[in-house]
Design a protein around this ligand. Sequence first.
Ligand SMILES: Cc1ncc(C[n+]2csc(CCOP(=O)(O)OP(=O)(O)O)c2C)c(N)n1
Length: 696
Amino acid sequence: MYICRNLYLKNQLEKYMKNFLAQKSSDNMRILIAAMVEKSKSGHPGGSMGGADYMNALYADFLNWDPDDMTWFNRDRFFLDPGHQSPMLYAMLALIGIFSVDDLKNFRQWGSILSGHPEINPKCGIENTSGPLGQGHVMGVGAAIAEKFLRHKFGEWTAHYTYAFISDGGIQEEISQGAGRIAGHLKLGNLIMFYDANNVQLSTKVDEVTDEDTAQKYKSWGWHVQTINGNDYQEITQAIKNAKDEKERPSLIIGHTVMGKGAVGSDGKNMEGLVSTHGQPLSKAGVDVAKTIAGLGGNPDNPFVIFDEVKQAWNRILDEKRRYAQQKKTEQQQWEKENPELAQKYHDFIGGKLPDIDFLNIPQSDDAPTRNASADVLSVLADKVENMIVASADLANSDKTDGFLKKTKNLRPHDFSGRFLQPGVAELTMSALINGILIHGGMYAACGTFFVFSDYQKPAIRMSALQKLPALFIWSHDSYRVGEDGPTHQPIEQYAGLALMEQLKNHDNEPSLLLLRPADGAEVNMAYKMAMENRTTPSAIVLSRQNVKALPSKQGSARAQDVKEAIHGGYIVYEDATTPDIILLGHGSEVRTLYDAVLLLKEKRKINCRIVSMPSLGLFDMQSETYKKHIFPVGVPVFALTAGLPSLFEKYVGDKGKVFGLTHFGYSAPAEVLDEKFGFTVENICEEIEKIMSEL
Ligand SMILES: Cc1ncc(C[n+]2csc(CCOP(=O)(O)OP(=O)(O)O)c2C)c(N)n1
């Protein structure tokens, strides 16, 4: 009886201490958040202050990482969706010793790694770049898919959780529909998402824009849903425990939280729950910052402080994290000893090793759509790249990613042995999932759809580019030659739009996207070689729906050899003499049209032509002046042909040349009729070339 009572008291005391420290630590975060935004004079304090309790509980009691080895592959992942709540994440990372209080003082300033919205930086505990609401948690779903996939291959010892944090904005973004549906369908029990439901968004209260029953919505997608007080440590920890016990379904914890928790006015009036504290320094919202900080237990004159008792508590917690990570690493060593071959594979996957593939000698037909050539390569990739997941937004048999699918099977709820992801008709979701799979690591990932629907993917492509993820976008139906489907399905300006992305450099001065539009089957092989070997930026391959005849090889050579030159972005595929009378420039299937036009032209007159294929404008622009002059010698007229907007090619043709492209949309007919009407026939192109020659 006496022992029982002592045990009870001991438990109560521990519980009290935990509650007390949780409160102290969360308040410490709130102080840092308020101070950070106040000092930088910009940022979003309100939501961050409300979410602090959840973050604190998650990091203290659940999230596993190794404080001495932040990129430890087996760590749990945390994906923040509302990047504007970055002060919350930065304050958390300061408490766990990643950032110093001086770092916090530099929030949002030039040169600071604490940008307004967090940028991918796993070494500092930032798993993804969040900012465009909605994408962050979808990348989390992608990471959870990768975890399940790798767990299936290597075993339970690799198991870890993905925790996502979403706010009202993310819940409202359409992309959450795709992610919620897919996570539920695939039964991602390894995904636990907290919904910071504070009823406040940027310009209104949430109940002014929606009446939805979010719990029911997620339940209908097959999620395990709990609703709690999101500022209560006990309720939070119990909910996460329940979520971890739920192995079958992804979990949503709807936490009702208080916007601007702790905010008071100069008269001591409660100023919590206000829209005005969402996106500006608290002082601008009329909050008395000094009183607020004092009320939270801080010193208004020196708010950038981590309390001693909080520091000590976190030191103890960090030691526990270290111990756990060490234990898992010992388990891994044991497994590696018992499974040397699998262990080698595991390390190859994590190291991003691409198996040996003889890309250039993959057999290709002489007259086939380049999307079929792509299917042939994908079929080889399915055989060789065991850690590659390919997805298609319900178009696998048209975009020809089925070349991959035929060698594997779909990922299914209880079976992650397949390597094809069927996201349904959800291009944006699909692309963000691919990003998430890659962010998790250990994987190759690609996705396909029609080129015109790249419009639906664009926000995620931009995030691939910004995060330097090696995502591969496969687009078929590359031009207006999908005629009968009508103008909605005819890509015209899409190439130009994406080529602008290619012109945009990342911080390493690389084109932020490698955009490839190959001219024939051999160039498709080369495009895949370039894309699969490119591990520092996303790549995209744009493919024809219609048949394209193979280009001739150069004298004494083979096409498979010639295409190696495509590494320069643009290269000579044909020439009559080293000093041409005219240079004909094209990309994709237009290169073959140029070649046929040359054959016709030569029947009529003696002329020396050079044909340049430019599968990547961005890469070509990166070449030396010498190389560029070698391809386009000064004074030689250039005629360019593109099924897209002409503007991109104008810089190559100069004053005397011409770009023949498309500057309109809205016409519907079979491809050959459109070719005729738009002047993309061999005869008309021949005439266009003659016109230039005669005007010289
Ligand atoms: C795609 C996208 N659209 C718009 C914004 C601009 N924006 C930033 S925060 C926000 C409101 C978000 O409200 P909520 O998610 O509830 O965050 P909280 O108020 O709780 O901080 C908006 C519209 C954005 N970051 N991303």
